[in-house]
Design a protein around this ligand. Structure first.
Ligand code: PGA
Length: 226
């Protein structure tokens, strides 16, 4: 079955979270993964969907103010962790080596990893996409046993622009020719374009940002994908 993951990023206040939770009572599908800010995780636990975090630190515990470890996250009963989102790479300087440590820590603590990879606009325009993806995959996944990959071209995130279905299909088949993992697509997916994106033969699901914040939109996406 496909996976539909909702990355809320740094959005929603407590009132908005409560309203959202009220609307999702009917979700009964563990392949739907809701990924709020860490502070709201307890509100999402023990439901009939899966829960994820947007990042996880790789050491188990210690003097690392502000960080939350994979071990702590796992102790709550969280199922998934996004690792290597392009915003972490861009704004928090997370390198493939750091991401590799995070992936291994998640794995050893029983969290399923959604590892994000993707090229910038400049890399795409200079025909470096596959080279960049291979480096992110090779360095990030060293020693990893099983992850879910999210192909998220940076230029498609939050821009309302997506690659063509053919381009996505080509990249996913390239990734799958090297790694035997599920591959999700992410970047400007919404309730309008998901029916078409969902026809891509080799896509295993979607990582949705902005459009997941409005549950009416996300609900339509759920109905299309499942
Ligand atoms: P978007 O974000 O759907 O808002 O483009 C996707 C993501 O960053 O995972």
């Amino acid at each position: 079955m496909k996976i539909l993951a909702a990355n809320f990023k740094m959005n929603l206040t407590l009132n908005e979270i409560n309203e959202y939770i009220d609307k999702i009572k009917d979700i009964d599908n563990k392949n739907i993964v809701l990924i709020p800010s860490n502070i709201y995780i307890p509100y999402f636990l023990n439901k009939k969907f899966s829960v994820g975090v947007q990042d996880a630190y790789y050491l188990d515990n210690g003097a690392f103010t502000g960080e939350v470890s994979a071990k702590q996250i796992s102790s709550l009963g969280v199922n998934y962790a996004i690792i290597g989102h392009s915003e972490r790479r861009m704004y928090f300087n997370e390198t493939n080596d750091i991401l590799n440590k995070k992936i291994l820590s998640c794995e050893s603590n029983g969290l399923k990893v959604i590892y994000c990879i993707g090229e910038t606009k400049e890399e795409r325009e200079s025909n470096k996409t596959k080279e960049v993806l291979l480096k992110q995959l090779g360095e990030g996944l060293k020693g990893a046993s099983e992850v879910i990959i999210a192909y998220e071209p940076r230029w498609a995130i939050g821009t309302n622009v997506t690659p063509t279905n053919e381009e996505i299909e080509d990249i996913i088949s390239f990734i799958k020719s090297k790694y035997n993992y599920k591959v999700l697509y992410g970047g400007s997916t919404n309730d309008k374009n998901i029916a078409s994106l969902n026809t891509i033969s080799n896509v295993d699901g979607f990582l949705v940002g902005g459009a997941s914040l409005d549950y009416d939109k996300f609900k339509k996406m759920i109905e299309i994908v499942f």
